[in-house]
Design a protein around this ligand. Structure first.
Ligand code: GTP
Ligand code: MG
Length: 388
């Protein structure tokens, strides 16, 4: 994009984020705004100066939800001074997280990012985030909670509320929220291919949470920053946002269970357990092998079958990137299922030797009691998003 413009958007359905990008634009930074007319000018000038100094190609995209104070018009007035600026005026859609997604869907850069439009995020930190990305990060997050970071002018009550929200998130989504010191940050960069093609449906404010929960983020780097006090305008954070955050957490918690992959996931687990039983029967009943060896080989066959099918079919959308990833999945699955296999052998032997149950019945009881949960847990841990 060579000259700034205003894009009028009607409808509230977000567009998908395309894969392709303009090689001359390294980074597209989205600035969501609602009633920030008195803040937006200084912020855009600060970002323009900081990014121009880096020498990288960039664009700034203000996404304004038709603010009553006409922030979009103020921003549009800067497009001559800042030719890299585009202003999107959303007439019907609302919400910070969807504003960021909406901005990304119009972005041309290899890297995509977000920053608040109220001047609370220092523009110069963008340089640190860009440096992390050029060193190979998938996502670079500006964090208030690193030693050199902080918040200016927060009351103890707000600090407590913010920490409480984060702790609740850690409990509900440990694999997502536990890996970053500031999961609520609205100031971050990511590689376009991390989000392009991923279905996202954020509720409310926390777009980073949505990215971390749904996308395959491997290298995450944080840079400290001090969250400044507003000098103009007012905060839009209200009780409703905390409720929205809770809904968002719960939705992300059940998301893997609602996805299309669940059907495949259950189908593979069911077939693996049936295969386990058939192999056991073939070895123990038909070939006359001993109980322990038959059960161990049957269990191992089911594990290998599960890993193969999940990789090729169930989680085909999260392919292993390297041979090492594949090995990691195989080892991961064995760690969980190996423990269960031993438990199952112990249960089978106990039933046979101590209670006098027939070997076949003992095997089937142990299989039914120990393995289904184990298969599901092993698969869930091994192929969960953000890990492989
Ligand atoms: N487009 C759009 N932007 C929004 C919306 N709600 C908030 N924003 C913008 O998102 C940024 C962050 O919102 P704030 O209300 O400042 O929230 P905060 O910075 O987390 O909290 P405070 O410290 O209380 O200001 C600001 O630039 C807001 O103008 C919205 O519904 N739509
Ligand atoms: Mg703010």
């Amino acid at each position: 994009m060579t000259s700034g413009k205003v894009v009028e958007v009607t409808g509230d359905q977000p567009r998908p984020i395309p894969d392709g990008y303009d090689p001359t634009i390294e980074v597209s930074l989205v600035v969501p705004t609602y009633d920030e007319a008195d803040n937006i000018g200084d912020l855009l000038r600060g970002l323009h100066a900081a990014l121009t100094a880096t020498g990288v190609g960039f664009e700034l995209i203000v996404v304004d939800d038709d603010s009553p104070d006409e922030t979009w018009r103020v921003a549009a007035g800067l497009t001559t001074e800042i030719p890299e600026l585009t202003v999107i005026r959303r007439q019907e859609a609302t919400g910070l997280a969807t504003a960021v997604l909406g901005g990304w869907s119009y972005a041309h850069g290899r890297l995509l990012g977000a920053i608040d439009g109220d001047g609370q995020h220092p523009p110069n930190v963008i340089v640190d985030l860009l440096a992390s990305m050029s060193e190979g990060a998938d996502v670079a997050v500006a964090s208030r909670h690193l030693p050199e970071g902080g918040m200016v002018g927060w009351s103890p009550a707000r600090r407590l509320l913010s920490r409480g929200a984060q702790t609740l998130g850690q409990l509900l989504l440990p694999g997502t929220i536990g890996r970053v010191t500031d999961p609520m940050s609205g100031y971050f960069l990511l590689r376009r291919d991390i989000v392009a093609g991923t279905e996202m449906d954020p509720v409310g404010y926390k777009i980073l949470l949505e990215v971390l929960a749904r996308c395959d983020v491997r290298r995450l780097v944080e840079s400290p920053y001090v969250f400044l006090q507003r000098t103009a305008g007012r905060s839009k954070v209200a009780v409703g946002h905390y409720v929205g955050y809770l809904r968002h957490l719960l939705r992300l918690r059940v998301y893997p269970l609602r996805s299309r992959a669940l059907v495949r996931y259950l189908a593979v687990t069911g077939v693996a357990l049936a295969l386990d039983a058939v192999v056991f029967l073939a070895l123990f009943d038909l070939s006359g092998w001993n109980l322990t060896r038959s059960a161990a080989i049957a269990g191992e066959t089911a594990i290998l079958f599960t890993v193969l099918l999940h990789d090729l079919w169930t989680f085909a959308g999260r392919p292993a990137r390297t041979f090492l990833d594949r090995v990691r999945r195989l080892v991961g699955m064995h760690l969980v299922l190996g423990v269960l296999l031993f438990t199952r052998l112990a249960v089978t032997n106990a039933l046979v030797n101590w209670i006098g149950v027939g070997p076949l019945a003992a095997f089937l009881i142990a299989l039914a009691v120990v393995m289904p949960g184990g298969h599901l847990l092993g698969s869930r841990l091994t192929w969960r998003s953000g890990r492989s």
